[in-house]
Unconditional design. Structure first.
Lengths: 89, 1210
């Protein structure tokens, strides 16, 4: 398993779920969603703003196919931003 | 599942509400709406540790058309003392959700909850035996979720142990054992993005897979749940705060007990997305909910079998006891009375309520036997059965009270019987009730304390980890208000701007405070409700224990009424405590070691009507005693129950009661409705024959004669309706109730018109009478209520008329009324009864009564000089204290009230001696220790054994409690209290070294029991000021007396002489403000009624709107007031002053001392903070409010610093 935390600019989604994304110039296609989890940031730590919101992260563990081969990737979405966190080759 | 698919049926089976007490955020009454909106037709309420939300939930479910499922989420210790073995994480014990499948199951849940709370104080945990009992009772489903022992073992991968654990549950609950799975989308490891991962967290996918595998292997039903704690994901912040407040920890990843915010009230579609592969789990949940839909019936009356008798035995017992009771009360009851009894017994028979009456009669008898005064309040006084059984003391037949107003067969509710008892012995009454019926049949009604602004600010602030002192600052700035109003209050409270919290933090704080507003915080005991039940009680309500160990129902008073449980209200009434205190003093009874010893027990006194021999009891008080009503008519009614307020005293002056029935009318008329409608004026005019008594139709005469044609009582409204329509009293009561709203009025109007026409009544008369009835229906008062109140009113008046010293001592001890203690002391003097300072050697905790010699009596009352003049044959009047007079040829002077209640036949005087409890600085334990340790030979003994700290000792000096011990004013003692103070300061600061004899003159042992202290020295202002500070009472001299020269210069009239001043004359009155009221007026005008006490009595000043601009500020803020106005008379006795001007007396005094009186008298409205009249020496003048204890030139002192209205309420 390798950890990355790299920002993904191009992610195609169907509803909530990622269908394909471009990472390091290569298009990765999602073959199967293996897991979908949530995680909240601690709302009480953030300062600034009386409006209390919970910032939710979505974790997607997906099996992908890519020109480089494929494997299991874990993507994280926070708000509108996507990130690649982990890869199992 | 695609977008177009219909989601499967689903119902939430694990849902916490606000009654999970600081855990979840949905109010139980909102739950059914949420379910209905999500398209569910069932929903469960399963609060942590209790069933408190059940009634609200079930009622709301009926409104929303949703079937309620009732359950509870309990911590379960299945294996005894191994609470967390299964989970291994050592945090909270494993839990289970228990759902009632039927009525039997609900009863079992009630008992299980009671049992879980019955363990050692702290968290509720159901023990193994309790679990067995619950399972054995049947009708309960055990739903085991992620926080159950099974769920925890599965999460830890101990699959075999989980299977064994599940077997234990299946062994108890069989097929009613269900596994719950939830999908909160927790990732393996829990926190992955923020914070540290938890290696023990397998993630929800794994939990679900393992649970479903176990379910399959064991053949156990599995259902989808969501462990709901909040309505929407946004509300999770509130749930977090509540949880951290409950646990007393700051918000933090580990403390909120969650990593996702998925525990919201998911709709079936959202839930289906979480169980994409297993929609059958949702259907299974819906099926289980359907199986558990509880046929919960509310609103049915449950008449408990309290006495254990069969209904026929109970009926026979009730008949026998009421008949015997009537004979005891009335001798040979007349036929109408017996007919009324049969009528009532028949109605009680129909309802099957024999047991209720027998039980209450037993309780009342027990309470009486324990020496506690008890009185019946409310409509129960309308029942002859209650009268016969000794529950109430009013004869309903003689007083025209309706039984149907109390118990109406057409109304589906249990009759309310409310008992008043001595307030300080309410818990003793609880003990008696529990002793008689047993803990399994008695519980007190619950009451939930809620999160209010201040407590919420502190709790939320702590959870947010804000600096405690800053949070406290914010909390203290807030007035007591609802948390949701805090935001708005913030805008008006510039003080908060000074907080060091930045706006964001403050904003977050206040936002959260508003969102937790009003949520129940914890269960407390209702101040008066007691549930009486039979052996089924604990199957109807779960019970917890109060801090004092009393059983408390988890249901509040509304719930209890909806459940049809029988409630007895036991209200603590201070007046009864005061009357008991009086009786004990009269009879020489000592109830507690620290209560006054009884040196002055009265022998049976022929001067007290009805007292032949033996102890004096209230049963000896007969109605309509002339001396009692003479005193009432004099309007010197301070201390009399219900008729002591200034407004009531004015009404007494106009009404001039001379019998019990007049008191009932007085109490009924003195209420906002009749006041606003000015029913009083016609009533009074007709009462005194000044206006013609008019009754619209002869058939109404019997109903309205007692009130001269004015409709005053509900009973009369009923009587008139029944005269017009020919209906019976029960129906008349129902019609009366309908008159409350416009629709009902129309309906009743039509019915009355039709039936009256059938009965041949004249249409115009009917219309006129109905208009009267309709307009007065809203104002009328239940005569039975008023009559019940009038009993203690008449009795307290009797005690004041005949046993005044003891009665006043009781009042001072228990403060039952609206006036401050110092006015009660003043009232004693107005009746010729001197009040002695507390005495550390002689006083008890509470005031008692003693006898002083004629000389000491004269000295205490300031009569020495006048007596000497009288003996010399001179006119004593110039030497008499203000308000006193010396009638020609009399041996003794007359107090300002014209009544001398102090003089004894042998010339000695009754006196009231204050108790040590009056010294504010001393706590109850200090007083108890003093009483246990005395006698003290001298100050050193007091210091060494008395256990009183220096401040306490100084307060004792100031109160005068050491005058006797130290010999103040005696040749061998300190000359005054100031010197004594210095001695005490010296001794108490050198408590280790015992000074050698000779260094202090008070070290000499003093003879005990020498009551001849000599003449009290001329009281100084400083001394009175110290008394006020220590006790709240200006004991040795009235404050106003110090201002006498100025009052004379201003031409102020004594209150006692006001009635001699002709109407229309302009006068000035002065005194301490003792009451300020603003009752509603018919015109809607704002009017202030000010009562001033000037040592000769009280004067009334009324300020109408046009005077308020000039006077309101002074009247509201000054404690010593001079008022100017015009004398007005209403009625026979009352003389009031219609106020035009008002001044602060202390301010006038300063101006006078400085020669600036005219300027000060010219001031109006709100004066500038500095008096600027004397420009030549501006520095000398300061705002009088800046230093409340300062007195200019050692002269006058101000009133008590807490304000004369500082007395405790009832």
């Amino acid at each position: 398993m390798k950890r990355y935390r790299e920002v993904l600019d191009e992610v195609e989604v169907d509803g909530d779920a990622p269908v394909a994304f471009r990472w390091r110039g290569l298009r990765h296609e999602v073959v199967q969603v293996l897991g979908h989890w949530h995680e909240d940031a601690g709302w009480w730590r953030r300062s600034g703003g009386a409006v209390l919101t919970v910032e939710r992260s979505d974790l997607w563990r997906v099996e992908v196919r890519a020109p480089s081969g494929g494997g299991i990737h874990e993507l994280v979405r926070r708000g509108d931003g996507w990130r690649l966190d982990r890869v199992w080759d | 599942m695609g977008a177009g698919e219909v989601p499967p049926r689903f119902a939430h089976l694990r849902v916490g509400s606000t009654f999970s007490l600081r855990d979840a955020t949905i109010p139980p009454e909102r739950l059914p709406e949420l379910a209905a909106a999500a398209g569910m037709d069932h929903v469960a309420l399963t609060d942590r540790d209790g069933l408190a939300g059940t009634v609200r939930f079930v009622r709301a479910a009926a409104r929303a058309g949703v079937a309620p499922v009732v359950g509870v989420d309990l911590a379960v210790d299945r294996e005894r003392r191994t609470p967390s073995a299964a989970g291994g994480d050592g945090a909270e014990p494993a839990r289970a959700t228990l759902l009632a499948r039927d009525a039997r199951g609900y009863a079992a849940l009630c008992r299980a909850v009671t049992r879980a709370h019955g363990g050692p104080r702290g968290a509720a945990v159901l023990d193994p035996d309790g679990l067995d009992e619950l399972a054995g009772a049947g009708g309960v489903v055990a739903l085991l979720g992620a926080d159950s022992a099974v769920g925890r073992l599965l999460a830890h991968g101990r699959l075999d142990a989980a299977a064994v654990e599940l077997d234990h549950w299946r062994g108890r609950f069989g097929g009613d054992t269900v596994l719950g799975v939830r999908n909160h989308r927790v990732a393996p490891g829990g926190r992955r993005v923020h914070g540290r991962a938890d290696p023990h967290e397998p993630g929800d996918d794994v939990r679900i897979a393992r649970t479903l595998a176990l379910a399959r292997r064991s053949g156990t039903t599995a259902v989808a749940v969501n462990d709901v704690r909040y309505a929407t994901a946004e509300d999770v912040v509130v749930a977090d705060v509540l949880r951290c407040m409950r646990l007393g920890v700051p918000l933090g990843p580990r403390h909120v007990g969650r990593t996702t915010s998925a525990a919201w009230f998911t709709d079936p579609a959202a839930q289906a997305r979480r169980f994409r592969e297993r929609p059958d789990l949702l259907t299974a949940a819906a099926d289980l909910a359907e199986r558990c839909a509880l046929p919960f019936t509310l609103g049915e009356v449950h008449a408990p079998r309290l006495t254990g008798r069969s209904p026929s035995q109970a009926a026979a017992a009730l008949t026998a006891r009421t008949r015997a009771g009537l004979v005891r009360r009335l001798g040979d009851p007349a036929d109408p009375v017996l007919a009324r009894l049969d009528h009532e017994l028949a109605a009680i028979d129909t309802e099957g309520l024999h047991d209720l009456f027998l039980a209450v009669a037993d309780v009342v008898a027990d309470v009486r036997a324990a020496g506690i005064l008890v009185a019946c309040r409310g409509s129960a006084a309308g029942s002859l059965v209650c009268f016969a059984l000794g529950i109430s003391d009013v004869d309903p037949v003689a007083n025209g009270l309706a039984f149907e107003r109390f118990m109406n067969p057409y109304r589906d509710e249990l009759p309310d019987i409310d008992l008043d008892v001595e307030s300080h012995r309410r818990e003793d009454v609880y003990d008696l009730v529990i002793a008689r019926y047993g803990e399994h049949r008695v519980a007190t009604v619950g009451m939930y304390e809620t999160l209010q602004a201040r407590s919420a600010v502190r709790g939320v602030g702590a959870a947010l980890g804000l600096p405690p002192e800053e949070v406290d600052h914010v909390a203290r700035q807030l007035p007591h208000l609802r948390a949701r109003d805090v935001r708005r209050a913030l805008d008006r409270l510039p003080e908060l701007a000074g907080s060091r919290l930045d706006t964001d933090r403050l904003g977050t704080l206040l936002d959260l405070v508003a969102r937790v507003d009003g949520m129940p915080r914890h269960l407390a005991m209702h101040p008066c409700g007691i549930l009486l039940g039979d052996d089924t009680l604990l199957g109807r309500t779960p019970v917890q224990r109060s801090a004092h160990g009393y059983p408390v129902s988890q249901f509040d008073k509304d719930d209890v009424a909806a459940l049809g449980l029988l409630k007895l209200d036991v209200l603590g009434v201070r007046m009864l405590s005061a009357m008991r205190h009086c009786l004990d003093l009269v009879n020489g009874v000592t109830r507690q070691p620290d209560e006054p010893r009884t040196p002055t027990r009265r022998a049976a006194d022929a001067a007290v009507p009805g007292w032949q021999d033996g102890p004096f009891t209230l049963d000896l008080v007969a109605h309509d005693d002339p001396a009692t009503y003479d005193l009432i008519r004099s309007t010197h009614s301070v201390g009399m129950f219900q008729i002591e307020s200034p407004g009531q005293r004015e009404l007494l002056g106009r009404l001039q009661p001379d019998r019990f029935g007049d008191l009932i009318a007085e109490i009924s008329l003195f209420r906002p409705g009749p006041m606003r409608a000015d029913m009083i004026t016609p009533y009074v005019a007709r009462r005194h024959g000044e206006d013609e008594v008019r009754v619209a139709h002869p058939s109404l005469a019997p109903v309205l004669a007692e009130t001269f044609g004015v409709i005053v009582y509900h009973e009369q409204v009923m009587g008139v309706l029944s005269a017009l329509t020919g209906c019976d009293a029960s129906e008349a009561d129902l019609l009366r109730r309908r008159l409350g709203d416009a629709d009902g009025q129309r309906l009743v109007h039509r019915l009355v018109r039709e039936r009256a026409a059938e009965r041949g009544l004249d249409r115009d008369v009917v219309e006129e009478v109905f208009a009267d009835v309709a307009s007065f229906a809203a104002f009328g008062f239940c005569k039975a209520h008023a009559a019940a109140f009038a009993v203690p009113t008449e009795r307290s008046a009797f005690l004041k008329a005949h046993l005044l010293p003891e009665f006043m001592a009781g009042l001072i001890a228990h403060d039952p009324g609206m006036y401050p203690r110092r006015l009660l002391v003043e009232e004693c003097r107005l009746f010729g009864v001197p009040v002695l300072a507390p005495d550390v050697e002689r006083s008890g905790r509470d005031p008692d009564v003693t006898v002083v010699t004629a000389d000491e009596g004269d000295a205490r009352l300031g009569l020495v000089a006048a007596r000497a003049a009288h003996l010399r044959g001179e006119d004593p009047h110039p030497h008499l204290p203000a308000g006193w007079s010396w009638p020609d040829g009399a041996d003794d002077p007359l107090p300002p009230t014209g009544r001398d209640a102090g003089r004894r036949p042998d010339g000695t005087r009754w006196a009231v001696r204050l108790g040590l409890g009056v010294v504010a600085e001393l706590g109850a334990q200090d007083v108890a220790r003093l009483l246990a340790e005395r006698p003290f030979a001298d100050l050193f003994a007091l210091r060494d054994r008395g256990g009183v700290a220096r401040d306490g000792a100084l307060a004792l000096v100031d109160a005068g409690a050491l005058d006797g011990l130290a010999g103040v004013g005696r040749p061998d003692g300190p000359p005054d209290r100031r010197t004594l103070r210095l001695l005490v300061e010296e001794h108490w600061s050198s408590s280790r070294r015992r000074p050698t004899v000779g260094t202090a003159q008070v070290a000499l042992p003093l003879p005990l029991g020498s009551s001849e202290v000599g003449l009290p020295p001329q009281p100084s202002a400083a001394r009175v000021r110290a008394e006020l500070r220590a006790t709240g009472v200006d004991l040795s001299a009235h404050v106003v007396g110090f201002y006498a020269p100025l009052l004379a210069a201003l031409g102020v009239v004594d209150a006692s002489r006001l009635r001699e001043v002709p109407s229309g004359r302009r006068v000035r009155v002065a005194g301490i403000r003792v009451a300020l009221q603003s009752p509603p007026q018919r015109s809607g005008e704002r009017v202030l009624f000010l009562t001033l006490d000037d040592r000769t009595g009280q004067s009334q000043v009324t300020f109408f709107t046009r005077a308020l601009a000039d006077c309101a500020w002074v009247v509201r803020t000054a404690e010593l007031v001079v008022a100017e106005g015009v004398v007005a008379r209403r009625g026979r006795r009352g003389a009031t002053v219609v106020g035009r001007r008002a001044w602060d007396l202390t301010r006038l005094w300063r101006a006078w001392q400085d020669g600036a009186l005219p300027a000060a008298l010219a001031e109006r409205g709100t004066p500038a903070p500095h008096v600027v009249a004397d420009r030549s020496s501006p520095g000398r003048w300061r705002d009088v409010r800046s230093d409340p204890t300062r007195s200019p030139n050692g002269g006058p002192v101000r009133g008590p610093s807490g304000g004369p209205s500082g007395g405790r309420g009832r």
